[in-house]
Design a protein. Structure first.
Length: 163
């Protein structure tokens, strides 16, 4: 049975391997080639950050991906969503399952009204999954990410609790 479990120290290396895969890294707007030591330092900071929560998607004992809610703003009841699916599980529907579960968790247990995200405009697979899960395009952030030596636009999408 597939489940989302809170990120634990034992998941770190598997997630680092997923993020470091070239097919995944090309879509990420943050550095994906961090060392195990850098990741340990990040994890220590993460444990103290109340505005950032990560869940690992585990199926049959195998990590298939992860999802995160960050920039959790309890005053304005919003949070930024991010989802990464393992390379061998792309196109399996797991990303949509993670998205739907995280949106439900954000609403039901955190009282989040607006879940939003940003994605590279040429990441068609992600855009299709987000649209299928009810996300609507809010707009384009021009030159908002610096990736591979060039500025890139980001598509911003959101889903409201009454959508």
């Amino acid at each position: 049975m597939a489940q989302l479990v809170p990120l634990a120290k034992g998941h770190l290396e598997e997630l680092r391997q997923i993020r470091g895969d070239p097919e995944i890294a090309k879509w990420l707007i943050f550095p994906s080639d961090i060392s195990a030591v850098e990741q340990e330092r990040w994890f220590e900071r993460y444990l103290r950050d109340e505005t950032y929560k990560i869940w690992v998607f585990v199926e049959s004992g195998v990590v298939r991906g992860y999802g995160q809610l960050r920039r959790i703003d309890r005053l304005h009841r919003s949070a930024e969503l991010g989802v990464v699916v393992a390379p061998n599980d792309q196109g399996s529907g797991r990303g949509r399952r993670i998205i739907r579960r995280l949106v439900a968790m954000a609403r039901e247990s955190m009282g989040i009204h607006r879940v939003w995200l940003s994605v590279l405009p040429d990441n068609e697979r992600a855009l299709k999954a987000y649209r299928a899960c009810g996300f609507i395009m809010d707009g384009i952030l021009r030159d908002a990410a610096f990736k591979d030596g060039e500025f890139r636009d980001l598509v911003v999408m959101s889903r409201l609790s009454d959508d």
